[in-house]
Design a protein around this ligand. Structure first.
Ligand code: ADP
Ligand code: MG
Length: 569
């Protein structure tokens, strides 16, 4: 049977894994690495580069490179790279295509089916965009699995008999997600999902940059772009060094106009600089516990996910908050992909896995616009009346009765919104329709409005007028920011015309993109020395002298290691 792959399509990194020989195995990319940066760049010869070389070009060719596009999934916001305008699902599809090619090389077979993980709070539009990205990449998306659910599957929580409740703490590059899950009688239920969409590992790096500037009396926003970038890289490296061998500390160094600036960093100093960020991690955790109505003491396990949760200061905070150590024997940045592969095994009904049912919750509150009585005969319009509240288990159906507010009112207007704000103007409009109601004095006619939300995130709104009047219904599927089937067909053709950089030449190309970046970052003699090496390597590639290329590649890489301050992945 052909393999189904599991994919973590992350904001910062993406990975693929497969269920094989009764376990989930990570799939290496063309460079032999498991983490592929979620970056896309258009190369000088108009071919598409994905992953590490694209990440390097983020610095050298920012206008031809895109990153962080997961943030815009489900919106119409497109990104211009070079002369092309690409939608977020198209950029994601290029990452998926690259993972698909890696899987095909690794498994030595054609791969056409996948399970993709998405954040638990992803809306209907964001989920549809993710499915579309799969389709554009030539992958049939058999299932979307919630990232926290995937994490718990990776930890094998589903293989235990008893009821288990756990909390998934996912701190990625730019987002923080907290979910509370309940596993009971073979059913995995997401009881709550909250988070902060603007808090992640990147903010910790920025906090170290700020500390550096403060201590050296520099102004962060008056640094040249190159100096700012170098400092950012130093901070990122220091942050990782503190994770790997915290006791030794780390040093940040920066040279501006022949002047040397430095910062010696130990774990306590770094923690102090990040204190405000650590504090911000608390709130979503408290809210998730409150929404799920599960007490800390009732949690069986705390699971850490996301590269930034590796930081000792984050682990310390988690231990303090929960009064125990989190589970952490799997690599936090690999957990979601491994779990997606377990889900893929479940979809394929692999004999090694028992059948498992998963249920979900509505990620946002859904309701209608209503007028609120503020005095006798006086109503204020524009108030939100939730009908299905956030974190209600789906599928669900709820009814709410609404009344006319004027004498002889003949029409009710039903405006549907998603969100948590008190006023509808601050929530997301999903659609509206009108309903004729019998003519009566105010408050003696109205409608029963029923909301039905199914497992695929499709909302149906039905309104029945009373007394004894007409019924009208509307299905909300078409969200703004979702591509129509015709649009998908059209873009599929356009994407098909894009030339993907050949996989077998990726290693050389990646080395050259890195060399270009390091060249731009160095100065003086080093630069000339480096330029000569790069030119020589390029000439060898053009002459296709295979044996010499391999040797020269090793030499150039060693040279770059000497000059490069950038972290390796
Ligand atoms: P996403 O899910 O957003 O794609 P990841 O789970 O890949 O994100 O996490 C990326 C973040 O993890 C980055 O901010 C990176 O700096 C951070 N990170 C990765 N490894 C380490 C480490 N060893 N120490 C500290 N932070 C790390
Ligand atoms: Mg992630």
């Amino acid at each position: 049977m052909p393999s189904i792959i599991g994919i973590d399509l992350g904001t910062t990194h993406s990975l693929a894994a497969v269920w094989r020989d009764n376990q989930a195995a990570l799939i290496p990319n063309a460079l032999g690495e498991t983490l592929t940066p979620s970056c896309v760049s258009i190369d000088d010869d108009a071919s598409i580069l994905v992953g590490r070389p694209a990440h390097d070009r983020l610095h050298t060719h920012p206008t031809r490179t895109a990153a962080n596009f997961k943030r815009y999934m489900g919106t119409n916001r497109s990104v211009t790279i070079g002369t092309d305008k690409l939608r977020p699902e198209e950029l994601s599809s290029l990452v998926l295509k690259s993972l698909k090619a890696d899987a095909e090389a690794f498994l030595d077979e054609t791969v056409s089916e996948a399970v993709i993980a998405v954040p638990a709070y992803f809306s209907d539009a964001q989920r549809k965009a993710t499915r579309t990205a799969g389709e554009l990449a030539g992958l049939k998306v058999l299932r979307l699995v919630n990232e926290p659910t995937a994490a718990s599957l990776a930890y094998g929580v589903h293989q235990r008999d008893s009821e288990r409740k756990f909390l998934i703490f996912d701190l990625g590059g730019g987002t923080f997600d907290v979910s509370v899950l309940d596993f009971f009688e073979g059913v995995m239920e997401v009881r709550a999902s909250t988070g902060d969409n603007f808090l992640g590992g990147e903010d910790f790096t920025e906090a170290l940059v700020e500390l550096f500037c403060q201590r050296n009396e520099l102004k962060a926003n008056s640094l040249t772009p190159i100096a700012a970038q170098r400092l950012h890289q130093q901070a990122e490296r220091a942050k990782r060094q503190l994770t790997q061998h915290g006791a030794q500390g780390a040093t940040l160094e920066l040279r501006i106009d022949d002047k040397e600036y430095a910062l010696e960093l130990d774990a306590a100093t770094a923690e102090h600089a990040c204190e405000h960020l650590l504090q911000r991690l608390r709130k979503p955790v408290e809210r998730a516990l409150r929404d799920s109505k599960i007490a800390v003491a009732a949690l069986d396990e705390i699971i850490l996910v996301g590269g930034a949760s590796r930081m000792p200061m984050v682990r310390k905070l988690v231990s303090k908050m929960f009064g125990r150590l989190p589970s952490g024997h799997l690599n936090p940045d690999e957990v979601v992909a491994l779990g997606a592969a377990v889900q893929a095994g479940l979809v394929a009904r692999d004999a090694g896995l028992d059948e498992l049912v998963l249920t979900d919750v509505a990620p946002y509150s859904l309701g209608i616009d209503t007028a609120m009585q503020v005095a006798q005969n006086q109503f204020a319009a524009g108030h939100f009346l939730p009908i299905i509240e956030r974190n209600t288990i789906v599928p669900v159906s709820r009814v709410q009765r609404i009344f006319t507010v004027c004498d002889s009112q003949s029409v009710l207007s039903i405006k549907v919104f998603q969100g948590e704000a008190r006023l509808t103007a601050d929530n997301v409009p999903l659609g509206e329709f009108t309903l004729d109601v019998p003519i009566k004095p105010a408050g003696q006619a109205g409608a029963d409005v029923r909301f039905t939300y199914d497992i695929n995130g499709v909302l149906e709104v039905e309104a029945a007028a009373f007394p004894g009047g007409v019924k009208r219904a509307m299905v909300i599927e078409e969200n703004p920011g979702v591509m129509t089937p015709e649009e998908i067909r059209e873009r599929l053709a356009a994407l098909g015309a894009l030339k993907i950089h050949p996989r077998d030449r990726l290693e050389n190309r990646t080395l050259l993109t890195r060399a270009d970046r390091v060249y731009e970052e160095t100065l003086g003699d080093h630069r000339q020395y480096l330029a000569a090496h790069i030119a020589r390597f390029q000439a060898l590639i053009e002459r296709q002298e295979t044996g010499d290329i391999a040797r020269a590649r090793g030499e150039l890489a060693a040279l770059l290691d000497r000059f490069d301050v950038h972290v390796t992945y």
